[in-house]
Design a protein. Structure first.
Length: 208
């Protein structure tokens, strides 16, 4: 007799959390204190990218180093090529099961594709929406080498609806780093294909 067995994913049992340090222009970069804790290792995933992040009152800052043998970009299906997707809930509303006006889904490409390298592609599932950020307001600088690429990203406060770090000391956050020739790297979430649809499961970043 055949019996089905179900395995519950860790996302449903653990409130995943990490610290995000405040931005200092003189020290930000590959300093250990800015490295995001590799929560994805809870899901037995391989690491091919290093993510460094910092916050300030007027922006979020990222430096992301990706190892890959070849680079191929795609648009509008950014996750079919090499790309970085960032998911941010500025209010960290764990009671909200659907995307809401404080949710943001940004993409960044190592190279231009059809004249685009960055943008917001948040898909709202309720009437609680906000205007999408202008691609011209997102700052991205790319360095490509034989080993892969490195992106320097700045998301200014005007692109982050509800971002008030002086009063709200936590945000919901996740990422998906895509490769054209292999599986993506996720910050912590095991629902890779539906990551944008579950803001309540994005880990909490404490703004230290």
């Amino acid at each position: 007799m055949y019996e089905e067995s179900a395995i519950a994913l860790p996302d449903y049992f653990f409130a995943l959390q990490a610290d995000c340090q405040k931005y200092e222009a003189k020290t930000f970069g590959k300093a250990k204190k800015y490295a995001l804790c590799p929560l994805f290792k809870l899901f037995d995933e391989n690491e091919f990218a290093k993510v460094y992040m910092a916050w300030a009152e007027d922006a979020l800052y990222f430096q992301i180093v990706v190892q890959t043998e070849e680079i191929k970009v795609s648009y509008p299906d950014v996750n079919k090529g090499d790309s970085i997707e960032l998911f941010i809930d500025t209010k960290n509303l764990k009671s909200a099961k659907l995307t809401h006006r404080f949710c943001h889904h940004f993409y960044f490409l190592p190279e231009l594709c059809e004249g685009r390298q960055a943008g917001e592609i948040t898909r709202f599932r309720t009437e609680d929406v906000h205007p999408l950020a202008s691609p011209h307001d997102l700052e991205v600088k790319s360095t490509i080498s034989k080993r892969g690429y490195e992106l320097f990203i700045t998301i200014p406060e005007k692109c982050l609806v509800g971002f008030e770090p002086e009063t709200s000391k936590a945000i919901g956050f996740s990422y998906r780093i895509n490769r054209s020739n292999s599986e993506p790297q996720l910050f912590a979430h095991s629902h890779g294909d539906a990551l944008d649809q579950h803001p309540d499961l994005w880990p909490t970043l404490h703004l230290c």
